[in-house]
Design a binder for this molecule. Structure first.
Ligand SMILES: Nc1ncnc2c1ncn2[C@@H]1O[C@H](COP(=O)(O)OP(=O)(O)OP(=O)(O)O)[C@@H](O)[C@H]1O
Length: 451
């Protein structure tokens, strides 16, 4: 946060103005003063401050009226009311009318510092959240895809370019980068959008089951096939079939898929009669198909058929500038359902998110935000609401930046990772670490870990 934040002190008492100016200037703030509410309004119009500290009782426009005037002008500057000891009720009324906080006179210097810092942090945070909300509403979106980095904008352009053609598309990207969402966007922007979108996971089923899932089967074609059944490719007729984890298809199924693409026809298991189908195939893989072809585990002819247009989706760590926007998007998605609603994230927590390397990409970020929202009792996400792995990763990053790491940091990091990986089960973690449970507890208490 900017230490040169501009604070306007409003008080009819000259000594109070002097005292506050001195304290705040020492903290690095740029301080201006006014002796009554009317003068304050003129100053605010000329140069809007980041924070207003106003006495409640003043001649010509008191603190409460100043607050009301600011709110009626839709000016969202935080206001701290100052009150003489005894007029607490007015201060509480002020909070109800939207003051950020109040300070009682005589002042305690540390209270002033703390309340001012919190008010400015709050201002900074709400400004940041507002900017992100506007970005989300106006731009940086393509269907349900969010992001403004060069990497994701180039993906949007590719989607727009290929959607209207009927070509087969190959999506290459790590797990959780949004391949299915992108496939849906291609379908939604194509001439087939009124037709079905059918997703098939090539890695989820054993070969024979997958074959009958994909191509369907005739009654009696194998034990248990009591009725004939449409396959997923048939169900996708006149629409799009999204084939995820295409690298996991067995050689036999790779051959059959190649035939579908070449001949535009399928045969149900147990049938010799071919059926014409009109399906656009979008295939996806987290493994590099080019490498698999070289290694001889993926058919080269199928690769060339799939690879007519390839969209490379960059991992989240290579487009860290998208993290704040995505975070805000997920806060809006999950935070509204909570009571009280979660509407923002503290700058320290956001800083942890932007420094983490996200091996699980956007899916991992989405889960981290969803979990933090479920855990936090407040309306803002703080660092301690984030998974331990994200909190500790930052220690590692800092150590790496220094080029070394202390033994104590290494030990703490390792212990917390093992605990995280085993759902905080102390017994299992102690066994894996090769130490007694009591020793583990002692170390955790020493780290300040709640147990
Ligand atoms: N750009 C994005 N904007 C908003 N949400 C996104 C974006 N990309 C991905 N997501 C969300 O992240 C999650 C994972 O996305 P998706 O399932 O499409 O990834 P994937 O690459 O297909 O993963 P996998 O390879 O593991 O199947 C989903 O909940 C999706 O809605």
């Amino acid at each position: 946060m900017d230490v040169h934040s501009h604070v306007l002190v409003v008080d009819d008492d000259e000594d109070t103005r002097g005292l506050l100016s001195e304290i705040l200037a020492k903290e690095g703030y740029d301080v201006e003063t006014a002796s009554d509410g009317k003068t304050a309004l003129e100053r605010i119009t000329d140069r809007p401050p980041d924070l207003v500290m106003s006495d409640i009782h003043m001649p010509s426009l008191d603190g409460m009226s100043l607050l009301e005037e600011l709110r009626s002008r839709n000016q969202d500057v935080p206001v701290i009311l100052m009150t003489a000891f005894g007029s607490l009720k007015t201060a509480v009324d002020g909070l109800r009318s939207g003051a950020f906080d109040y300070l009682s006179k005589p002042f305690i210097v540390d209270d002033i510092r703390l309340v001012v810092r919190r008010a400015l942090e709050h201002k900074h945070l709400s400004r940041q959240n507002q900017a992100l909300k506007e970005q989300l509403r106006d731009r940086y979106r393509f269907d349900n895809l969010v992001g403004s980095s060069a990497g994701i904008v180039s993906v949007y352009k590719s989607i727009a370019r290929v959607a209207h053609t009927d070509s087969t598309v190959l999506l290459q990207g790590e797990s959780g980068t949004g391949k299915e969402l992108i496939a849906r966007a291609v379908h939604a922007n194509s001439a087939r959008s009124a037709g079905p979108f059918v997703a098939v996971d090539g890695g989820s089923l054993a070969e024979t089951l997958l074959e009958s899932e994909l191509f369907g089967h005739e009654r009696g074609s194998f034990t248990g096939a009591v009725a004939s059944k449409k396959g997923l490719l048939e169900k996708a007729h006149q629409g799009t079939c999204f084939l995820d984890e295409v690298a996991d298809l067995s050689p036999v199924l790779q051959g059959k898929l190649l035939r579908v693409i070449q001949e535009r026809e399928i045969r149900r298991v147990g049938s010799n009669a071919p059926m014409n189908i009109d399906v656009r195939i979008i295939a996806a893989s987290k493994k590099d198909l080019d490498q698999l072809v070289k290694a001889g585990t993926f058919r080269e002819d199928l690769y060339y058929r799939l690879n007519v247009v390839t969209i490379q989706i960059p991992p989240l760590r290579e487009r860290a500038e998208d993290i704040p926007l995505l975070t805000q998007y997920f806060i809006q998605m999950y935070g509204q359902k909570k009571s009280p609603p979660v509407t923002g994230i503290a700058p320290e927590a956001m800083s942890l998110l932007t420094r983490y390397w996200w091996p699980g990409n956007i899916r991992e970020l989405e889960h981290a935000i969803e979990r933090a929202i479920a855990l936090t009792p407040q309306s803002v996400i703080f660092p301690e609401d984030l998974p331990q792995s994200i909190q500790t990763a930052t220690v590692q990053a800092a150590a790496q930046a220094r080029g070394w790491v202390t033994l104590a940091e290494l030990e703490k990091d390792h212990i917390l990772r093992v605990l995280e990986a085993h759902n905080q089960d102390l017994g299992r973690a102690a066994a894996i670490l090769g130490i007694h449970r009591k020793t583990l507890l002692r170390k955790l208490r020493y780290f300040g870990y709640p147990c």
